[in-house]
Every structure is written in structure tokens, then in C-alpha cells.
Write a protein that binds this ligand. Structure first.
Ligand code: SAM
Length: 246
């Protein structure tokens, strides 16, 4: 059962309350804070292109990478409808094969929580470091250890709409520090509902561990914020945003 397969068809509906314009504003505010105006951006785990397409519309030359071809099909369609040119590449970021250097690398909305092994995370950071131009900026967020272990973990969520219903059953494996998500989605198909089942796993990373991995990769200027602000994160903050300069 692959993640973000059937789920891709409902992803944008389930994320409809996320303010992606504000998210894109936050990214540009980070550029301003660090006195940068990147031209070229690579976005890892770009999903259905919600941020990718917005940044393309704002004039950046951006490439999106995602492991899910279904998510990318939706991203490409949205780019086409907007009349913008975005390169979408179907790749597992653990085997990132990009050779052109860029001014900025992004990975937003939990992308790195899907990387379950620290050795894979550090090898992605190494690759990011190598493809960034000097002075380039690496911005990413994670769902915090607190959110994954205490809020999502061992909890069940369900919503019931006219055309879509879902049940989201979570189990936090404290030994692996991984949350297992069992997702059952029902999507209307005429008079009937199609049932889609997916299994996702997200690793709960502690902020200190991530900082340590980034330092091992030679990133020197590492800044950590409670996401959407420039304040230091507290343990109970749910999204932690990292900004690193090469
Ligand atoms: C929560 S979605 C975030 C999508 C997008 N960044 C957004 O803000 O809406 C997580 C994304 O990570 C992608 N992903 C998970 N593991 C990946 C991997 N190893 N390589 C590339 N993409 C991955 C999934 O396919 C999915 O599109």
C-alpha cells in the first residue's frame, strides 16, 4: 500500500483550510530577513504544488520533486490551468538526482517526517548542501516531536462530508519514535462510495537531533523558529521551521 496514491485525489480537499498564500508569504519574508532574493528554487516533497505553483506565479524559477506520481499529476494540471511553467520531477528524495545548482531548497509541510532513518535524512542534507550555491538558503519544516507523539499519536480522527469521509487511526511506536497512520477514505462515485486505504509513517524528530545532523553536514548558520514566526520554538509548538545558509 503506497502513501499518497489514492490519497492524492483528496489531498487538496483535506488541506482546504491551509492558507498557502500566507505560507508563501512566510517563505518570502524569510528571504527578506536574510537579505536574499533567490532566482532558482528546488522544492522537495512538493506534493500537489500548492507552494510550488504560488512561488512560480511570484516569479521564481522553481522545480518540484515528489515521490508520488499521483500528487505530481495534480500539481502539473494546476500549473497548466494557471498557465505557468514548472518542472515537476518524480523522484524519491533519498535518491535525489539533480545536478544543477540552485539558490534555495525548500521542503515544507512535513516532507522530512516521512524520512524514517536518520542516515537517510543526513544524506539528503548532504545532497542539498552540494546543490546549493554558496550563500544559498535551505528552508524546511517538520511536525514537532510533541505534535507527532502527543497530538497525532494514539488518536483517531474522522470527518464526514457529503462527498468524502475519512477515518484516520494513529499509533505512536515509542521505540521507533514513528507514528503509523491508518487512513481509510470514502470518495463518492455517483451513487456509491469508493473506499481507499493507505498506510503512512512519520518519524518524530527532536529539534536538537535535526540541528545536530545539519551541523554534521557543515551548515553553519542554522536558525530555528516556531513556524510562521521568527520566534524560538517551545516544546509544545507543532511546526518547527529551520533556515540554514550555506
Ligand atoms: C504532507 S505532503 C506535503 C506536500 C506539499 N509540500 C504541501 O505543502 O502541500 C508530504 C509529501 O511528501 C512526499 N514524500 C514523502 N516521502 C517522500 C520521498 N521519500 N521523496 C519525495 N517525496 C516524498 C509525499 O508524496 C507528499 O506529497
Amino acid at each position: 500500500m503506497e502513501a499518497y496514491n489514492g490519497f492524492a485525489r483528496v489531498y487538496d480537499y483535506l488541506m482546504r483550510d491551509v492558507n498557502y498564500d500566507k505560507w508563501a508569504d512566510y517563505i518570502e519574508n524569510i528571504f527578506k530577513k536574510f537579505n536574499l532574493r533567490p532566482n532558482t528554487i528546488l522544492e522537495l516533497a512538493c506534493g500537489t504544488g500548492n507552494i510550488t505553483n504560488r512561488l512560480a506565479l511570484r516569479g521564481y524559477e522553481i522545480t518540484g520533486v515528489d515521490i508520488s506520481s499521483e500528487m505530481l499529476t495534480i500539481a502539473r494540471k494546476k500549473a497548466m490551468d494557471l498557465g505557468i511553467n514548472v518542472a515537476y520531477i518524480n523522484q524519491d528524495m533519498r535518491e535525489l538526482d539533480i545536478h544543477e545548482k540552485v539558490d534555495c531548497v525548500l521542503c515544507l509541510c512535513d516532507g522530512f517526517n516521512y524520512i524514517l532513518e536518520e542516515r537517510d535524512l543526513i544524506s539528503i542534507y548532504e545532497k542539498v548542501y552540494s546543490i546549493l550555491n554558496f550563500g544559498g538558503i535551505f528552508i524546511f519544516d517538520i511536525s514537532s516531536f510533541y505534535k507527532i507523539s502527543e497530538i497525532l499519536g494514539n488518536n483517531t480522527y474522522a470527518e464526514n462530508f457529503e462527498d468524502i469521509s475519512y477515518i484516520w487511526e494513529n499509533y505512536f511506536d515509542a521505540e521507533r519514535e514513528v507514528c503509523e497512520f491508518d487512513l481509510t477514505i470514502f470518495m463518492r462515485k455517483g451513487q456509491l462510495f469508493e473506499r481507499v486505504q493507505e498506510f503512512h509513517e512519520q518519524r518524530a524528530y527532536r529539534t536538537d537531533v535535526v540541528i545536530d545532523l545539519l551541523k554534521q553536514v557543515k551548515f553553519k548558520d542554522i536558525n530555528v523558529y516556531n513556524a510562521f514566526t521568527f520566534e524560538s520554538p517551545k516544546f509544545t509548538d507543532e511546526r518547527i521551521n529551520f533556515v540554514c545558509i550555506k
